[in-house]
Design a protein around this ligand. Structure first.
Ligand SMILES: Nc1nc2c(ncn2[C@@H]2O[C@H](COP(=O)(O)OP(=O)(O)OP(=O)(O)O)[C@@H](O)[C@H]2O)c(=O)[nH]1
Ligand SMILES: [Mg+2]
Length: 287
């Protein structure tokens, strides 16, 4: 899409999942449209009891580049994103962005993420990272920072995936990346969804890059973070890690088995040719 400035951008959709974000959504949408006027916005609302869906409809009524997906009930942000991805792929978007409604993801960082995704080396996934040099969090209690840092260290160790912030929810997928992974098999509901998606992209042999962002603690509305969400992330990551390590051990065992049998075959061959080279052709027993 060509901008008045003459710059060409790929067709881009920013998906904002919402559950009870009536206070924060209007500002979030306005800031996205101000900072990246070429992008379209899809609000995926899970029938928020606080009336966020009606506010989303008002925003869409004022701006043709804002659309709303009304979903039947609260199913977790993972399901809302998967539905939003299908919507984006059906409509031919080339870049698809995930972004929270609560102000934690700053729209001023969006152009940097998009421009990284648009670079000639075409990364498959660009993550707005808190835990890469230059990235940071603002106003987070120590306990939240500890959960995020420890969680990411655990993910790196369990999965052997070289990503600093695999739980981050401000990211840009290439549409081809979403097509390459089995979206219908994604079951993660909470923020483990982000690890799940990162792991699928990495396991498919696709390239993940990180761009530093400043993540700001929400000042309005309520967090949906819960003990269950952390537990889901922990057990799912552990299961993926165990399967990954079992596959690695399986491959190693197969390679070792192959090497041993090659060695035995080679040894047999050498013994046979040594026998043949003896003056009696190997007919009498060796001394
Ligand atoms: N559609 C939909 N959106 C959700 C659901 N749960 C959370 N969200 C949205 O997902 C985004 C992230 O949720 P937050 O509550 O901010 O969770 P968080 O960012 O992990 O937690 P905090 O850092 O404490 O804010 C927000 O825009 C939420 O409104 C859900 O079940 N359905
Ligand atoms: Mg949040």
């Amino acid at each position: 899409m060509t901008q008045p400035s003459g710059v060409e951008h790929p067709r881009t959709l920013v998906i904002i999942p919402t559950y009870n974000e009536i206070q924060t959504l209007p500002t979030a949408v306005r800031r996205v449209r101000e900072n990246a006027p070429w992008v379209d916005v899809l609000i995926a609302d899970d029938s928020s009891p606080d009336g966020t869906g009606a506010v989303a409809d008002q925003l869409a009524g004022q701006d043709a580049q804002v659309r709303v997906m009304h979903r039947a009930g609260k199913e977790g942000l993972g399901k809302a994103y998967v539905a939003g991805f299908a919507w984006a792929l059906d409509r031919g978007y080339e870049l698809v962005v995930e972004m929270d409604a609560d102000g934690s993801h700053r729209a001023v960082d969006l152009p940097a993420l998009l421009s990284r995704a648009e670079q000639a080396d075409r990364p498959d996934l660009v993550i707005g990272s808190r835990w890469t040099p230059g990235g940071r969090v603002e106003n987070w209690p120590r306990s939240r920072e500890a959960i995020s840092r420890t969680g990411n260290t655990y993910v790196r160790l369990a999965l052997g995936m070289p990503v600093g912030d695999a739980t981050a929810g401000f990211r840009v997928f290439r549409a081809d990346t979403l097509r390459a992974i089995a979206l219908d098999e994604v079951e993660s509901a909470g923020y483990c969804f982000q690890v799940d998606m990162t792991w699928r992209v990495h396991s498919a042999g696709l390239r993940v890059v990180e761009v530093p962002i400043v993540f700001v603690e929400r000042t309005e509305g309520e967090s949906k973070m819960s003990g269950n969400i952390v537990r889901e992330a922990l057990w799912r990551t552990t299961v993926w890690g165990a399967k990954h390590r079992a596959r690695q051990v399986g491959r190693l065992a197969a390679r070792a088995g192959g090497a041993i049998s090659d060695g035995v075959t080679g040894l047999r061959g050498r013994v046979a040719s040594a026998r043949e080279n003896r003056p009696d052709g190997g007919r009498s027993p060796e001394q």
